[in-house]
Design a protein around this ligand. Structure first.
Ligand code: 9MR
Length: 375
C-alpha cells in the first residue's frame, strides 16, 4: 500500500479521535501539524539523511508544531543564518554562540546530525575582517583572522558538527574563481600561480581543528551549469593535488521548475570523476528547493493549477530519482532543503513561492508523497 494511503487512514483515525475528545474546544494554531503524517527521514533512511535549514525560533518551544515537525521529518539540520560568520563573530573580540549552541544541543538531544554553514563566504561575513583601520587588511592579517575564526568555531563543536561548508560559493557565475575580498586581498599568497590560497588555508585550519569532521566546498548551479561544474572540478582537482583536505562537494541545488534530469546527471558525472583522484569523496545536497518562477523570468503570481502542480511534482520526482541513484552508488548521503516550509522560504521575495515539500501549514505536499513513493 502506498505511503499516502496509509497516512490518510491514520489521519482519519487521529481526526476522528480529536473530534471525540476536544468536542468544540477548537485550538487556534498557526500551523496544522499532523501527527499521523509519514516521515521523510524515515522514508529515505536506507538511502540518505533528509534535512532542512531552520532558525532558532523554530526550535524554541517543544510544544510548537514547527518543533514537532522538525523532530519528526528530519535527521539532519543546518541553520539558515545563525551559524554564518557575521552572526557568530560580529566584532573581532566578540563571538555570539548562543543560537548555534542551542541548535547543536537540540540536534544531539534528538539524534539529528547537525551541519555547519558556513566558515568562509563573500557574503554575511563581518566587514571588520577585511579592514585594518581605514585601509584594507593585509593578506597576512586576513589569513590570521580567518584561521582564528575557523579554529575557534570548529573546535567548539568538535565531534558534534559532522559536516562543515568550509568555503561557500567561491566559483563565480563566469565559471572563474569568484572575485571577492578574499581572493582580492589574499591573492596568490604562496606564489604557485593560482589564487586558491584562502580556500586552501581555510580547509587546512578546519582539518586541524577537527580531524574527523567532513569538510565541504559548497556552491550553487554546479548541478545545472556544466561550465561551472567543470570549473569546480578543475579547482578541486588542483587543490587535491596539493593535499588540501577537501572531503566533499556540496550541491546547493536551488533548481527551477522543469529542470531536466539529464542536465543534473551530466553535472554530477563531471564532478564524480574527482573520485578517480579521491575515491572516498562525498556529495551532499545542501540547499534544495524548486523555484516556481524560473531564474531570471518575469514574475507574475503563480496559480496552483493542476498543470502547474503536475510539472512541479515531476521536477521533484525527476530530481529525487537522480539523487536516489547517486545514493545507491554510495556517493551521496544527505539531501537538505533550504527552509522548513513554503511560508518561510527565502524565495518569497515579494511573490509567493511554493518551493518546498512542506506547505505553509506544515502539511506534506503531494510532491512529498510522490518522492517518498520512489524510496
Ligand atoms: O536563506 C538565507 C537568507 O535568509 C539570507 O537573507 C541570505 C543572505 O545572503 O542567505 C540565504 O541563504 C543562502 C545560503 O546561505 C547560501 N546559498 C544561497 C542561500 C539563499 O540565498
Amino acid at each position: 500500500m502506498k505511503i499516502r494511503t496509509l497516512s490518510k487512514i491514520a489521519a482519519f483515525i487521529t481526526a476522528a479521535s480529536l473530534i471525540m475528545t476536544s468536542c468544540g474546544s477548537k485550538q487556534e494554531s498557526q500551523y496544522a501539524y499532523e501527527d499521523s503524517a509519514p516521515s521523510l527521514a524515515e522514508a529515505f533512511k536506507d538511502h540518505f539523511r533528509v534535512g532542512a535549514a531552520i532558525n532558532s525560533w523554530d526550535i524554541s518551544d517543544p510544544n510548537s508544531n514547527q518543533y514537532k515537525t522538525i523532530v519528526k521529518q528530519f535527521n539532519t539540520l543546518v541553520m539558515e543564518n545563525e551559524s554564518k560568520p557575521d552572526h557568530l563573530h560580529p566584532a573581532e573580540d566578540r563571538y555570539d554562540f548562543d543560537a548555534f549552541d542551542k541548535f547543536v544541543d537540540f540536534c544531539v538531544e534528538h539524534d539529528i546530525t547537525p551541519r555547519g554553514h558556513c566558515l568562509v563566504w563573500h557574503s554575511q561575513v563581518p566587514g571588520w575582517m577585511f579592514k585594518d583601520g581605514n585601509k584594507d587588511a593585509s593578506a597576512e592579517l586576513l589569513l590570521e583572522r580567518m584561521k582564528e575564526h575557523i579554529t575557534t568555531v570548529v573546535t567548539r563543536y568538535k565531534g558534534k558538527v559532522k559536516s562543515w561548508d568550509v568555503c561557500n560559493e567561491v566559483i563565480g557565475d563566469d565559471g572563474q574563481l569568484r572575485f571577492s575580498d578574499w581572493s582580492r586581498i589574499v591573492g596568490d599568497y604562496d606564489g604557485d600561480g593560482d589564487k586558491y590560497d584562502f580556500i586552501e588555508e581555510a580547509f587546512r585550519a578546519a582539518r586541524e581543528a577537527d580531524p574527523d569532521a567532513r569538510l565541504m566546498i559548497n556552491d550553487y548551479s554546479i548541478e545545472s551549469s556544466t561550465d561551472k561544474a567543470i570549473r569546480m572540478y578543475n579547482a578541486v582537482k588542483q587543490m587535491l593535488s596539493e593535499d588540501v583536505p577537501i572531503d566533499g562537494i556540496g550541491f546547493q541545488m536551488h533548481i527551477g521548475k522543469g529542470q531536466s534530469p539529464e542536465g543534473l546527471k551530466e553535472c554530477f558525472d563531471i564532478l564524480k570523476r574527482l573520485r578517480d583522484i579521491k575515491p572516498d569523496l562525498v556529495f551532499e545536497v545542501t540547499e534544495l528547493d524548486v523555484n516556481c518562477y524560473g531564474w531570471g523570468q518575469e514574475k507574475k503570481d503563480v496559480e496552483l493549477t493542476d498543470e502547474f502542480l503536475e510539472e512541479f511534482n515531476k521536477t521533484y520526482t525527476d530530481t529525487y530519482k537522480v539523487l536516489l541513484e547517486l545514493a545507491d552508488e554510495g556517493i551521496l548521503d544527505s539531501v537538505i532543503m533550504w527552509g522548513l516550509h513554503d511560508g518561510v522560504s527565502w524565495l518569497n521575495d515579494g511573490h509567493q513561492n511554493y518551493p518546498m515539500l512542506i506547505d505553509k501549514d506544515l502539511k506534506l505536499k503531494e510532491a512529498a508523497y510522490e518522492v517518498m513513493d520512489l524510496a
